[in-house]
Every structure is written in C-alpha cells, then in structure tokens.
Design a binder for this molecule. Sequence first.
Ligand code: NAP
Ligand code: MG
Length: 499
Amino acid sequence: MASQLLLNETTDFLASHHRMLIGGAWVDAASGETIDVFNPATEEIIASVPAAGEVDIDKAVAVARKAFDTGPWPAMSPSRRGELLWALADLVEDHADLFNQVEVLDNGMPYNPAGAMAGPRAAKTLRYYAGWPTKISGLTVPADTPPGADHPGVTYVQREPIGVVGQIIPWNFPLGMAVMKLGPALATGCTIVLKPAELTPLSALLLGQLVEKAGFPEGVVNIVPGYGDPAGQAIAAHPDVDKVAFTGSTAVGRKIIHAASGNMKKVSLELGGKSPFIIFPDADLDKAIASAGRLAFFLQGQNCMCASRLFIHNDIYDRVVDGVAKIAAGMTIGPGLDPETNIGPLISAAQLDRVQAFVESGSREGATLVTGGNRLDRAGHFMAPAIFADARPEMKIVREEIFGPVTCAQRFAGDDLESVARQANDTIYGLIGSVWTRDLETGHKMAGKIRAGTIGINYHGPADISAPFGGFKQSGWGREFGAEGLNQYLESKTVVTRF
Ligand code: NAP
Ligand code: MG
C-alpha cells in the first residue's frame, strides 16, 4: 500500500522558518547557529531549527524568572490555569494529524493515530493535568499547645509552585515527553524552560505555537531547542532555575546532578531501564508471547520500558523463544508513514551503529542470535528486530540498556520465587518489570520482590497517567504522573500562628 500523503499543513510547517519561543517572541539563536533535522527513514533533512547557546538560555531563564516573580501566572486563579491547560489540550487534539505526521517524520516511529505516542493521547494527558490546579490543597496540623500558652494557635501547610523549572527531554517520544513535563509544571503554577532533544525538536516547537494560541501569559512556557551541551548543561547549571526535570539516559542524569549542585536546585530524573519480563509455565502463553514480541520491539526498542530481559521457565523456554522470534521475523520494517510498518528506523546512524555493536557483542560472548539483528541495505537507519537465546547475566547485552530492537532470553528452573527475583533484580536499573502467570499468588509475591517502580501482572507497561511512574535504583529520582508527579513541582510551606 502506498505511503500516507503529507497534509498541506505538515508540509507548510516543515518548510517554515523555525525559531525558538522565548518570552512570547519567536527568535533565532543569538549565535545564528542552527541544527539540521533529519527524517531517519530517508536520511533527508526536513527542517532546521535554532541551536540555543548559553546566551539564549540566559534570556529564556530571565523571562521565566520574571513571569514567575512578577507576572500574572502564579497568582492566577486555579480554575483559570485549568482552563488554559484545557484549551491547550483542545488545540493539540485539533492538530492531532499534523502532530502525528511531524512525529513520524522527525522520530521515525510507525504512524498510529490512536497510539500512546500520538496527538489524542497528548491531549488526554494535558486534560488530566487541567483538572489538577483546583485540587491542590494543603492541610492543617494538630500542633501541641506550647508550654505556658492556653491555645495551640493555628498551624497549616500550604503548597506553592517551586518556581522556574528547566525540563530536558529525550527523542524517543517527543510530543508525549513534552506534555508529560509541561502538564504538571503548568498545573502547579511554575514557569518553564523546555529543551527538546536535538534529534527531535519539531513537535515541541509546534506545541509552543499552540501554547501561544491558548493564551498562556508570555514567559510562562519557553521552548529552546539545542544541544545537550551547551543548552541542556546551561539549564541544569543555571543559578536562577529552581528545579530541573530530566528524562534521558542514566549517564546524562549523573551530569545533571552535578550541574544542579551549584545552587542545590531540586532534581527529578526519569532514566534508563533493563526491564525483566518473567514468564512462568502456567501463564497464558499465547498472550505472554504476543506481549513480549510487541513490547520488546515497540518504538524499535527505543523506550525505557522495553521488555529487554526475558526470563522464561525451562519447561516453556523453547516455545516462548520460538514464538517471539516468529513475531520478530514477521514484522514489516519500513518508513513510519507506510500503514503496514510495524518497525520504523532507529533514530540516527549513531544509534544504529551502537545497537549493531551490541548485536556483535552478544554473538561474540556466546549468546545465540535466533533471528534478526542485521542492518537493512537501504536508505534510512533500519535493522531487523532481534532475539538472543542462551543469554547469561554477565553479558553486555544483558547488563546494558541497548535502546534498540534487541531482546535477550534467559532461563530459570523450579519454583523458588526468591531465586527468580534475584535474577530479575540483577541490574543497576529498576524502572518496570512484569510477571506472567495464571496464579495470582505467584504474581503478587513476585510483585513484592522485584525492585522496580512499576510491576505488571500479565501486563507490561505504565499504569495510567493517574498512577506514579518512575524508577528504583539508577532508573531515576522521584515519580511522574498522579499526585506524586505534581509534588515534584510543589514546595510545602508551614505557617505557624500564635494567639
Ligand atoms: P540522553 O542522551 O540522556 O539525552 C536526553 C536529553 O538530555 C536530550 O535533550 C539531550 O540533548 C540532553 N543532554 C545531553 N547531554 C546533556 C548534558 N550534559 N546536560 C544537560 N542535558 C543534556 O538520552 P536520549 O539518548 O535522548 O534518550 C534515551 C535515554 O532516555 C535512554 O536511556 C532511556 O531509557 C531514557 N528514557 C527514560 C524514560 C523514563 O521515563 N525513565 C523515558 C524515555 C527515555 P541532546 O538531544 O542534544 O543529546
Ligand atoms: Mg529527526
């Protein structure tokens, strides 16, 4: 079937002169420097965007500071803040097709207008946060009466926005990341400097246009594309930024912590994963195999929740490996705009080289490559999804986050849950995990034993925007989503009154 045609509005948007949004104005980088934006399916340049430098970050932080300290935003009534978020959600939904096409061209992901990464879901996320401003409340505290007094007075705790927030996001699902970051910060009354990934800046710029249309006061949302160093680094280190929220690799997360230490800004981190997907012999195997195949290769495996370590009971090991391999081999690899595509290109030539090096190391270290792993001989950064059998815990493919369409199968024997959990927990990461069994007792006991922020029982993925999401161990600091996610953007202030 022919590839989907581009909408006029997509072509117009791509061809427009892209600038960054600082204090309600669209501007070029002070240096004039730009970044070329590539379509990973064709390797063609589709746009160019300004590359923010330190000077631009200084400007963006200054206007965000002013908008927070003296602007109308933090003092605006909660219901009005909610209305603006709702208006932004409506605009995102109205432009869903445009967003979806831009995402596919910029990131390479298969087009899926109903999918978790697409416009309607982004609108839903914003609506979730639109409901929050009117529900953020503090508490009163039953403090003791001080010695010599006849009344305890009144002690209450109020919740206030943390201030100017720097947000730095990765390229793997750019629009979803942008709204997941902006939503809670806006709901709480913070002002924002958002840096999208250098490889996928376009949907954030488009979102910036809608932020303006929705009517947010100027300086509340500033969008500054640029390189990790200097732009991201400058945000993380900036003395006038009160908090930095980062999603990306554990290695860069460590740099963010160092950079943030200067003014001791608050830090939240959503980092890498190496998620266990554990299949017991009593599981609904058809369902478990289908899910393992889908979730190992979702977004070309370029997602932090990737089912990258399969632990399979001996009795069903061959059947599961065979089933996942068949799914991998049956996938249609191609450009995201082709409706038959299940697997798009990897994000860049560098990422493809990196993943290929992992495939080579797996074979070198003695794992069995059951299917896939090869680069495709065509334009674009394509490779066939791969599964390794006979993986062992010390292998690089098992220890490190590959961030590509490669999964590794390991065996377990017997029914000692403790030893299965020990295998699953043998990682520096702790983002998510899943257990596949018909025995709920096994499921819940395993959920208690796995050290990760989200555990699925016959499910692998995040719960919903209303439940906390984040990592144990080196998968991050703090939680996003739900009330816990809002807490990341709030300070508590205790007020003590004596009569
Ligand atoms: P990355 O290299 O860590 O980059 C993430 C962001 O940080 C990008 O905007 C990047 O800018 C910026 N950056 C790079 N160096 C920086 C520095 N020194 N200071 C400040 N910012 C800097 O990650 P990625 O390769 O884009 O994304 C893949 C990683 O993200 C994986 O490890 C994945 O597991 C993780 N991830 C985690 C979650 C989660 O929720 N836990 C979700 C998705 C992805 P450039 O674009 O210029 O490099
Ligand atoms: Mg791109």
